[in-house]
Design a protein around this ligand. Sequence first.
Ligand SMILES: Nc1ncnc2c1ncn2[C@@H]1O[C@H](COP(=O)(O)OP(=O)(O)OP(=O)(O)O)[C@@H](O)[C@H]1O
Length: 447
Amino acid sequence: MSGGRILLIDDEEEMRRSSAQALSLFGLDVVTFANAEPVLERVGYGFDGVVISDIRMPGMDGMTLLQRIREMDSEIPVILVTGHADVQLAVSAMHAGVYDFVEKPFAAQHLVGIIRRALDRRSLVLENRRLRAVAGKRDDIEARLPGRTQAMVDLRYRLRAIAATDADTLIIGETGAGKEVVARALHDTSARADKPFIAINCAALPETLIESELFGHEAGAFPGALRPRYGKFEHGRGGTILLDEIGSMPFDLQAKFLRVLQERIITRLGSNDPVSLDVRFIATSKVDLETEVARGRFRPDLLYRLNVATIHVPSLAQRQADIPLLFLQLVREAAARYGRSDIEVRPETMGKIGSRSWPGNVRELRNAADRLVLGLDLQPEDTALQNRKLADRVAAYERGLIASALAAHGSLRPVYEMLGVSRKTLYEKMQKYGLEKGGAGDDELEA
Ligand SMILES: Nc1ncnc2c1ncn2[C@@H]1O[C@H](COP(=O)(O)OP(=O)(O)OP(=O)(O)O)[C@@H](O)[C@H]1O
């Protein structure tokens, strides 16, 4: 039997007390209410329990409650408690989709039997929904993240393994490598697939607003907060929250966020009432968070907490062999988007695509596919470079310098000496940019 909750509504206090007591003797987890309104806040699409309500009550009656619940999710079991003379009401409730009735006075054991069947049915409904959602999207991972290189095979394997858990996840990868695509795929193949997916870009939110954006606020929490507002965390209830560019989260906020991760509770700005939060967090970063920790810009405790389930999204340089096929797929997608069907990729174009470097990764490759479909020339590498952000241009420049130094020397020592970096730094950068050691001996690499 499921461990779901039983919400019991009756306006008579004695009835609430005695029913709750009787049901808890049978090991059922009962919460009682004197009126129906607050129950609507407690149930929703993923509710894994049963509602039992008196049919006649002042304020919202049992019939209206039944209708309101069925508008949210028609498969939540609602059991109505009727009086002896309520036959007419009972007939309408049956038409309205009530799960079952009990007539007052009732034997607790009789009600318990009905509740147990209702709970079993509810957990079956939820499990079926979960499996349907997962099955529908699972096959899709291959299509969303294609590639035959080991790096992509490993990525898909890890993604599936982590999607089967509810662990908070850190996704690392270069700009444009597809971190957000991976985050979405993770959500869509997880048990939370039919719940919200909320993406928040930490780098794009102004520092002054970020806290109220995430946590929400009460009216008057700060000047300009005229009305209470839910934060994005609460909007994501039951689902997944993606924190893009977690490294850009202001330092002070990191401590608060760590507490949210640990306790699953948030407090809106200007409020003292903590609200519980059922979400999975996914964070992404293109910068090395260890380095940010060393620079005092990122909290080590937050990194350790996030670093449990980690997915590395390979750069295009780390999956060079996948580039031609991926490019063809992106061309097909672009052709569909622009309503073109006669697109042909010439072998020499394909040669250029496969051999050049793509520091902007799939995003840049996708731009190239768009240009081809629109009949524009492939941008020369240096023009493409000018259109990128400073950090990407610096990275591309650095990669180029290291690549040519590696090509010019048979061993690593002259390379790192010439570039004025330690052997360890050189090794890390080679890994980051997917560069091979050229003619250098293996022993040189043990930094
Ligand atoms: N495997 C893929 N197949 C098709 N398109 C992809 C794939 N991976 C990424 N893309 C596309 O490339 C672009 C960049 O992807 P995404 O936004 O996920 O990258 P990112 O790593 O989150 O980038 P940034 O760090 O800059 O935010 C998007 O347009 C996305 O649709």
